[in-house]
Design a binder for this molecule. Structure first.
Ligand code: GLA
Length: 644
């Protein structure tokens, strides 16, 4: 729809813009970016964590050894600055005043004043003196994961049920104040076993004499999960962090393993949120955690990152005998804008693996300031192509052989959203070779091999960019999912803990039906009345997208309609484009089978564009799938384009 700039048009636009009284309507424009922008995670956090290397068998020497190695190897200079201790550091919660006590047998520097007076301050001071940052681990419930799953650990909390309740539950303000005030930590990972595994009727609680807490979540069952209640506990942590670190120098890591629909709301609350259960040093487990984040590029942006878990480089299938796998794992995490947290014993890491972790070109992709997570340009169980837009406008492209057979892979200009007729230059980020092609080229990839390039070429859209090329500028404020569903599009492997006991791995992570870049919500082609869109955003009706006009674009245009694979073929949907809260354009109600209709708007001087797809009737049981086909920012405003 073209916007008529007549007075009447402006008056109409004002009338149509949602009145303040409708503020509770989640589809009303706000003119405001609503994803989290607090914390020190403008780019994905980088550093080291003790868990994958040592489990709960941590010691101060091991952690300081890792810290020193980060400095000595030069990795710290490349950005790996957080040194995070995980589960196992605590002794108990002091009975008199609830202050947490450190296990000084493993952290001797914490013995600052007799057995009942401990402090991590000497430890964090040493890390800070090395130019590093310090991270700590806790749980949102009363008890941590080791207290349920690692009962043979020598480092479990001791004492009465109350003294062993070392998690945040009931102590958020006190503990966050202690961690970030007295102890001067800079990063906190907040696990969730305390909210899942300590039901009053459980054998664990009876045998270990824990204080019971009715679970707020059941893994894999969203209908038996109190999503709002669980989210609320994490919001309280975020508020305590703001209170105790008002300068924003903190990182908040939510560790709810893809449960409780955290893949949808994590970006509103924390700086990173685990999108899956734990990684292990196995190739197929890596595929599983990778998939849990790879389908979610529109849900991550600066300060808020999908977390497919920590790196396993140096261990198991990613050790020095598996450099192909190690390079793939690292390349994938870089492209996903995943936190880069090393999980190996750095004191013993061979040079070839340090070289992988220290590939400055690959790190630069991950730390690119635009924060656009890679989008899947080609996907299958065997082979994938990921493309990530860089702040320079160039693309990083990754070819990924997931399987066990060699693969002939064809890379096309279309995958890169580049012009078919112009040469495309490729720079290999591992071999440093340069090459170029026009139209398409091919590579043979060994099993599990990844090729990673920077691509420079002429854009397919000469004077604009598709929104799906700019996922870091898109915040899915409301994705239209009314009943969260578990996502079947995640690689399922033999569970590393259960083996083949039980029925096998079931889909477990909420988020199915969420917004997709270049695909429809449930993973099919983006398609309206038989017209397939190679670019665009697929989302459910009843949705609102916030899009930052970071490129000073002057035009917005899309071809919109009800998606051919909608679950609801009866629904009608109207499309609205707002600029800084004002209505700029809208369509009539569109039905299934109607050809896509063009909607465009002048976004000159508009900072935030909002795209709303509003169903005519509320149909919470079956929202329609809709397409913002070819949705793009353009250099020229619609009227100017018309004049040309
Ligand atoms: C959970 C987390 C892991 C680790 C352990 C510690 O499993 O997901 O990352 O922190 O707990 O017990």
């Amino acid at each position: 729809m073209r916007r008529n700039l007549s007075l009447l048009g402006v008056a109409l636009a004002l009338l149509l813009a949602a009145p303040p009284a409708a503020a509770k309507d989640p589809l009303a424009p706000t003119g405001r970016w609503s994803a989290n922008e607090r914390g020190a995670a403008r780019t994905p956090p980088m550093g080291w964590n003790s868990w994958n290397a040592f489990g709960t068998r941590i010691t101060e020497d091991k952690v300081m050894g890792a810290a020193q190695a980060l400095v000595d190897t030069g990795l710290a200079r490349l950005g790996y600055t957080y040194v995070n201790i995980d589960d196992g550091w605590w002794l108990k919660r002091r009975a008199t005043d609830g202050r947490l006590q450190i296990r000084t047998a493993i952290f001797p520097s914490a013995a600052t004043g007799g057995p009942e007076e401990t402090s991590f301050r000497p430890f964090t001071d040493r890390l800070h003196a090395l130019g590093l940052k310090a991270g700590i681990y806790t749980d949102a419930g009363r008890y941590a994961c080791s207290q349920a799953f690692d009962l043979k650990s020598p480092n479990l909390p001791v004492g009465t049920p109350e003294e062993r309740a070392v998690g945040l539950y009931g102590h958020v303000d006190q503990d966050i104040g202690l961690f970030f005030g007295d102890w001067n930590f800079d990063y906190v990972k907040v696990d969730a076993c305390g909210l899942a595994d300590y039901a009053g009727k459980s054998d664990l609680v009876a045998q270990q004499q824990y204080l019971p807490l009715e679970p707020l979540m059941e893994r894999g069952v969203l209908n038996r999960t109190d999503i709002a209640g669980l989210r609320g506990l994490y919001v309280a942590v975020a508020e305590a962090l703001q209170k105790h670190r008002p300068n924003g120098d903190y990182v908040f890591s939510i560790c709810a393993w893809g449960q409780a629909d955290v893949r949808r709301w994590g970006k509103e609350v924390g700086n990173l949120w685990r999108t899956s259960d734990d990684i292990t040093p196995s190739w197929t487990r890596m595929l599983h955690t990778y998939d849990s984040a790879a389908g979610r590029p529109l849900y991550a942006q600066p300060y808020a990152w999908n977390d497919p878990d920590m790196l396993e480089i140096g261990l198991g299938d990613f050790d020095e005998n598996h450099l192909v796998e190690a390079r793939s794992h690292f390349s994938l995490w870089a492209m996903l804008d995943a936190p880069l947290l090393i999980g190996t014993d750095l004191a013993k890491t061979p040079r070839p693996l340090l070289d992988i972790l220290g590939n400055a070109d690959v790190i630069a992709l991950n730390q690119d300031p635009a924060g656009h997570q890679a989008v899947r340009a080609y996907t299958s169980e065997d082979f994938e192509i990921l493309v990530k837009t860089l702040s320079t406008g160039d693309k990083a492209v990754l070819l990924f052989n997931r399987g066990l057979a060699p693969m002939k892979a064809i890379l096309t200009a279309d995958h890169l959203k580049m012009a078919r007729g112009a040469p495309i230059a490729l720079h290999d980020l591992w071999s440093k070779e340069d090459m170029s092609f026009t139209g398409e080229t091919s590579f043979v990839l060994a099993p599990r091999e990844t090729r990673l390039f920077i691509a420079k070429g002429r854009r397919l859209l000469p004077a604009g960019m598709y929104l799906s090329e700019l996922p870091g500028a898109v915040n899915v404020a409301v994705d239209g999912v009314t009943r969260p569903e578990v996502d079947p599009l995640v690689h399922r492997m033999v569970n590393p803990w259960a083996g083949t006991r039980g029925p096998g791995e079931r889909p477990a992570y909420g988020g199915y039906g969420g917004a997709q870049a270049d695909a429809a919500p449930y993973g099919t082609n983006l398609e309206v009345a038989g017209r397939v869109f190679g670019a665009g955003i697929g989302i459910l009706a009843g949705s609102r997208l916030e899009v930052r006009n970071t490129g000073r674009w002057r035009g917005f245009a899309a071809l919109v309609g009800v998606d051919d694979n909608t679950r609801n073929t009866g629904a009608k949907v109207r499309f609205f484009v707002y600029g800084d809260g004002r209505l700029l354009a809208k369509t009539k109600a569109m039905a299934f089978g109607e050809p896509a209709q063009r909607i465009d708007a002048d976004v000159t001087n508009v900072a935030l564009v909002e795209l709303v797809a509003r169903p005519e009737k509320n149909e919470p049981l079956a929202p329609a799938s809709i397409a913002w086909g070819d949705a793009a920012f353009l250099e020229a405003a619609p009227a100017q384009r018309g004049k040309r």
